[in-house]
Structures are given as structure tokens and as C-alpha cells.
Design a protein around this ligand. Structure first.
Ligand SMILES: [Zn+2]
Length: 189
């Protein structure tokens, strides 16, 4: 299985760091990259081929390696974008974004989301499950030719969620990796 991992936003935050937690001085681009690197490590151990690309260029709109073209040209079996959410500092929880509720991306999203929520609620029983949501206009979901999901791991602008992101990256990454291998087993079976 070939898995394409796309940590959200720009490398080193330049020009786009994503969301920021000013109190803890952490940025979404860095959290997404470190979780993505860990997911990559787990998946390689599980025997997957993995390509990781963080780039400001989603689909030819700016400089840098083109994420969607790279995933499509590499003929990835699965595409997973990793992000952190932000709203008004009070909202918490994880949500998984998929193109629609009928395709393979939804099956992949259910597998990843179930593992992520189980893990996060093991760590913190109050962690909210915000569910699986459709975003048919998101380029990484719409223009990738393989099943694709975007995981919003937690709200980086909320201090409780930010602490989870800082202190539990191994668990978050392992849960995402388990979701991916769950999907693959289901898909093959
Ligand atoms: Zn983001």
C-alpha cells in the first residue's frame, strides 16, 4: 500500500504557518509535520510505502512542489492530509473531512476517525468527537484520484487541545496509522 501523507500548510511556516496558539507559541504547520513524520514511521514499520510532502502549493497555485499532482503522479493508494483546527479558543475535538459520504474516502475516514477518537478519549475522556464531515470543495479531497481524507486532529487555539497536541503526538500518529491499516485490511478483505 502506498500512502501519501500531507502535513498541512507551508514548510517552516513560510509563507503560511496555519493556525497558531500564542500562549504556547506553537504553530499548526509544525504540529502537523511532526505528527505526519510519526505516522510515516509507523506506516513504514507496517510495510507501507510512504511519501510525505508539506507544501504551500496545493494544486499549482503557488511555488513549491504540487501536492495533488505529486500524489496523483506517484499513484498513491491513500491520501491523508493532517491539520489542526482553530475557531474561537473554546471549541475542542477532532473531525475528519471527506469528499462525500458514499465513496472510499468515507470508508477511509471512518477507519481513521474511529481510531483517533478512541485514542484521544482514552487520554482525555472529555475530548469531543466532532464527527466525519463532507467538504466537497476542498482541493485535496476533490482533485486527488485516490481515497482522500483531511484529519483535523484537535483545536490548536484551545489550550487543553494544544496540550494534547504537544504531549501526545506519538499516540495521535499511531491512531492515524492504525486507521489507515484498518482501512487497507478491510479494502483487501
Ligand atoms: Zn490547517
Amino acid at each position: 500500500m502506498k500512502v501519501f501523507i500531507n502535513p498541512g500548510h507551508a514548510p517552516n511556516g513560510n509563507p503560511d504557518p496555519g493556525a497558531i496558539n500564542e500562549f504556547f507559541r506553537i504553530r499548526e504547520c509544525d504540529m502537523a509535520l511532526s505528527i505526519g513524520e510519526l505516522v510515516k514511521r509507523y506506516l513504514i514499520k507496517a510495510g507501507c510505502g510512504v511519501k510525505l510532502l508539506q507544501s504551500n502549493n496545493l494544486y499549482g497555485e503557488s511555488a513549491g512542489e504540487n501536492i495533488i499532482q505529486s500524489a496523483n503522479d506517484w499513484e498513491a493508494d491513500i491520501f491523508v492530509s493532517i491539520h489542526c483546527n482553530a475557531f474561537d479558543k473554546t471549541v475542542r475535538g477532532a473531525e475528519t473531512l471527506v469528499y462525500d459520504l458514499i465513496g472510499e474516502g468515507y470508508s477511509l475516514g471512518r477507519c481513521i476517525h474511529a481510531q483517533l477518537i478512541e485514542e484521544m478519549q482514552d487520554i482525555d475522556g472529555t475530548f469531543p468527537d466532532r464527527g466525519i464531515r463532507t467538504r466537497s470543495l476542498l482541493a485535496v479531497l476533490r482533485s486527488t484520484i485516490m481515497p482522500a481524507v483531511l484529519v483535523e486532529t484537535a483545536f490548536i487555539d484551545n489550550d487543553i487541545d494544544a496540550l494534547l497536541l504537544m504531549n501526545h503526538q506519538q499516540e495521535i500518529a499511531a491512531a492515524i496509522a492504525r486507521g489507515i491499516t484498518d482501512y487497507w485490511q478491510q479494502f483487501q478483505g
